[in-house]
Design a binder for this molecule. Structure first.
Ligand code: SF4
Ligand code: SF4
Length: 325
């Protein structure tokens, strides 16, 4: 009998099968290690490898794409604690060296405030390198900002921060502390107070950890308070050395946080659409009977974070009125 193993990416099954002492007649020696497979690619690869019965002419026509659907660019969840930080970073027009996590979505417009992202843990190290190259005189306007989630920081951000402090780098590191590993499904991390299997474990204190590294300028900030975030970033940019800002806001999905939706006062709204800059999917456009394009809040999506309201210059976005007791 003959055994071929067809799998995408690394030879995971193939290696395990071989380790069990079973002969594999064809696998990654025939198929690509990269990308997704389709029937046409599999048939032509097996045919080139001389596999009997493989049809070299098999082609796969993907279903024609629909062009009449609305765009659905990926973005952060309604109520996400990262939205406010990226809204402010966009306003300040600083260079942001990013990392891997939900917050990498901050690279996309309209937030558009992550300018490099290489791999887990690279954000702080790259900011450190840029700071050394771009700031021969320590100029604050060239000071790069690194953003990194709490989980990635524990995984591979601590050593570059220590290196930046040790080498007296003029960087600002924002640790987006949402107390989970959100992008991969909400796993625990050394800051959550639990092990992966849910047992109690001492939670690392980020402030004390940064103090132990020798960071002199450490601020904690409420990421939903745009003024506070802006002040914290400006203060850090104006200070010497490797500064750290810890933006503390738990992941709304992981901790099942749900607030009442905010509402738009149509009498006050001028249709300027400035609120759309926060990239929240609960904000959408609708056309009125007289043909005006107006902003609406989808009450089923809104998580009542109030970030969009802080963008409105006309005080048109209102917190929900509590129901009478
Ligand atoms: S920012 Fe305010 S005034 Fe402008 S569209 Fe949004 S709610 Fe209306
Ligand atoms: S308050 Fe505004 S930004 Fe926050 S979830 Fe609701 S619509 Fe989105």
């Amino acid at each position: 009998e003959t055994l071929y193993v067809v799998e995408e990416l690394d030879p995971f099954f193939e290696d395990q099968i071989k380790a069990m002492g079973i002969t594999v007649d064809g696998g990654k020696n025939l198929l690509s290690l990269l990308g997704e497979l389709d029937p046409g690619m599999v048939a032509s690869s097996l045919s080139r490898g001389g596999v009997p019965g493989a049809n070299p002419d098999l082609t796969t026509d993907p279903a024609p794409g629909r062009t009449d659907l609305p765009m659905r660019p990926p973005t952060m969840c309604p109520g996400c604690s990262h939205r406010g930080v990226f809204t402010v970073l966009n306003r300040l027009k600083v260079f942001v060296s990013g990392d891997i996590g939900c917050y990498t979505l901050g690279a996309l417009p309209p937030l558009a405030s992550m300018h490099s992202c290489v791999c887990m843990g690279a954000g702080i190290g790259m900011a450190h390198g840029m700071a050394k190259v771009l700031q021969p005189g320590g100029k604050t306007q060239h000071r790069p900002v690194a953003v990194i989630g709490d989980s990635t920081f524990f995984h591979s951000g601590m050593t570059p921060l220590l290196n930046a402090v040790w080498n007296q780098s003029n960087t600002v590191t924002i640790i987006l502390d949402n107390r989970t590993t959100a992008m991969t499904g909400g796993q625990q991390n050394p800051g959550t107070g639990k092990t992966l299997s849910g047992q109690f474990s001492p939670a690392v204190d980020l402030v004390k950890l940064c103090e132990a590294f020798g960071v002199g300028h450490i601020r904690t900030v409420d990421p939903y308070d745009l003024k506070a975030v802006e002040t914290a970033i400006k203060d850090a940019l104006n200070d010497e050395g490797a500064s750290v800002i810890i933006a503390q806001g738990p992941c709304v999905l992981e901790y099942r946080i749900k607030h009442e939706p905010w509402v738009i006062d149509a009498e006050l709204c001028t249709d300027c659409k400035r609120c759309l800059r926060v990239a929240c999917i609960a904000l959408g456009l609708a056309t009125t009977a007289d043909g005006r394009e107006v902003v609406e809040i989808d009450a089923t999506q809104c998580n009542g974070c109030g970030v969009c309201a802080q963008m409105c210059r006309f005080d048109a976005i209102k917190a929900p009125v509590p129901a009478p007791a």
